[in-house]
Design a protein. Sequence first.
Length: 416
Amino acid sequence: MCYGHVTHEVVGFVKTMDSNIGSDSTGFEGQSNRRGTNQGVMREGNERVILTLLRHNPELPKAEIARRTGLSAQTVARLIKSLEAEGLILRGAPSKGRIGQPSVPLSLNPDGALFLGMKVGRRSAEMIVIDFMGKIIARKTQIYDYPDFDDILTFAQKSAADLRAQLPVNLQSKIAGLGIAMPFFLWSWAENIGVDAALMENWQHRDLQQELVEQLSLPVFLQNDASSACSAEMVFGERPLAANTLCFYLAFFIGGGLILRGALYTGSTGNAAGFGPLQVLDLDGVSRPLIELASLSNLEDMLIARGLSPHQMWASPDDWEIPQDILSRWTEQCAHALAQAVVSTQTILDLELVVIDGWMPRQLCDDLTKAVRDAIAKLDMTGINRPTVTTGTLGPDARPLGAASLPLSARFLLKE
């Protein structure tokens, strides 16, 4: 079956269950009742409040910003003036109301700051540069048989320089940081990737984040790749996410991201929701790790067993020519395994929403999501809630977008 090319458009504004920062409900990344303060020492925090509010709600006038944040009109005026001077906020055309002076809408400036995001995968690496609204401006990609540490380091250095050079001269100095999304414990998966363990040892003993800090002279942030995909869905996704959401992301291996009470939960080591080792039953009733049943590596194996090249899967997430019987068998097996993972998780966390996404054609992801819903419907869930299961909105761009959101959030948005 051929799944044709799909154009992925990123929605620029943060989506949450409630857009009012000053409300009693949970806001961006779990911020509850987060309001500004009129104390001068809290200026940076107040700037974050305003920038986060405008990311939720573009074209707000100063009076409405003051009302929603609890800041005085004078404090808001000073902060707006400062943010305008930094080039982070733009004024719109005045709108004449019924009484008083014209209202001037304020919005974030897409060119206010730029961010680099890099995804390191088992079969490919990618770096993007995004604007302040999350629009992807340019990207660099490299495909390989396995992720060699020095090759990835060279790719990161060269791509950062190339992407900067592609920008207009006035924007080249506005790159505010680099985020990295990559699997944790990468060295431990050598056998699964199909390479000698010695070739992966550098990942255990060297620090990619620190080496890039020294090479690029930029703030560098690191996050598990599946958590980054989940983070991207929170920040740039086309739909609001429930306060308690589980995100599955299928690439060479499967990973997960977890949102609890509106905030991304990464656990004590940053590896929460690492679903790969979870034991589930295959279609024959044999207990196996989820990673063996619900990963694209399984689909790759099926193609190789048929004498077909899997290169197309990693060259593009869109244009796949794969026999229908192979896709059907993989989808059935994957959905069966994911349904059990959902039920096991649900017994503990009582989630409202499950999101399924990955490096694959959009139609295949939709087909898989439907198959998971059907598989869950066949399982006994007496005494536990059935969560809504839906397809993610960012697809192949989720991991690098999530990576790029790390310096964005660290510098300009409300902190957890």
